[in-house]
Design a protein around this ligand. Structure first.
Ligand SMILES: [Zn+2]
Length: 265
């Protein structure tokens, strides 16, 4: 059984956890280098974090034969005053071989670093445009309330940028939004962690009830909330309990992220 966890804050995973992930079949992780910092200091600090993720974390996981791919961007809850400095270097990062997309980005009404939602929207617009230009995927954050209207707002922004909807992952989706997202031809990301109140069982059921080729199952493992680093392997167990074949499980948990994010694995 091969598995990819396509949304983690990799710095939150210790050596023992990486070993357990490898033992559970995880072959690759997609590290969110934008989401790794949940506070805003400056553009140089954020860029330094991208570098640390690309160099240090890639090497650390390779000790367990886990490939690391990286997402970069301006996180909606960590927008520094000089965020333009991050936007300016994103094109250079998008050319780096392990950088597979822009994320986690989006609009968050509760952002303390940039309460002005029109500024947040302009940043997202600029990033979607770059994603289109460099043919990279985008990972978008769904706020906790009015979820369906946020999906509609994102789809509008995606279309405006010209980015193919199949390259837009709208994450923190749940039973109430997954159908809308997949039917709009975007990709629904499931964040399987206690903080999002989604269990492995819930995720397996959502996969079974929707177009499973448009779903990414992720742990969203981070340093700030109650998480479960092996939640994606746990979803494999629950999918098996629902009667899905090994081939189907691998199709969702390995081939979907590989195809959607164009991973070289
Ligand atoms: Zn988020």
């Amino acid at each position: 059984m091969k598995i990819i966890d396509s949304h983690v804050m990799i710095q939150s995973l210790g050596q023992q956890e990486l070993e357990v992930l490898a033992a559970a079949g995880v072959r690759a992780l997609v590290a969110d280098a934008a989401g790794g910092m949940d506070y805003a200091t400056s553009a140089p600090a954020a860029i330094n974090f991208f570098e640390q993720t690309l160099a240090g974390e890639t090497k650390r996981a390779s000790d367990y034969s886990i490939e690391v791919y990286v997402l970069v961007g301006v996180k909606m809850t960590a927008i520094p005053p000089d965020y333009q400095g991050i936007l300016d270097v994103l094109p250079e990062y998008l050319k780096r071989p392990r950088v597979v997309g822009i994320g986690e980005i989006g609009i968050e009404p509760r952002s303390k670093t940039c309460p002005d939602l029109s500024v947040q929207e302009e940043i997202v617009r600029a990033e979607l445009k770059m994603a289109k230009q460099y043919e990279k995927a985008v990972l978008l954050h769904l706020p906790a309330t009015d979820r369906t209207s946020w999906v509609e707002r994102y789809v509008k922004l995606i279309d405006e940028s010209g980015l193919d909807r199949s390259m837009a992952i709208i994450t923190h989706s749940d039973a109430s939004t997954t159908k809308t997202i997949v039917e709009s031809q975007c990709v629904a990301g499931l964040s399987v962690l206690p903080m999002r109140r989604m269990t492995a069982e819930d995720a397996a059921r959502i996969v079974a009830e929707n177009d499973m080729d448009r779903i990414l199952v992720t742990s969203d493992n981070n340093n700030r909330h109650s998480c479960d680093p092996i939640s994606v392997p746990r979803v494999a167990v629950q999918m098996r309990r629902l009667g899905m074949t090994e081939e189907t499980i691998e199709r969702v948990l390995f081939h979907n992220p590989r195809r959607i994010l164009d991973l070289a694995i």
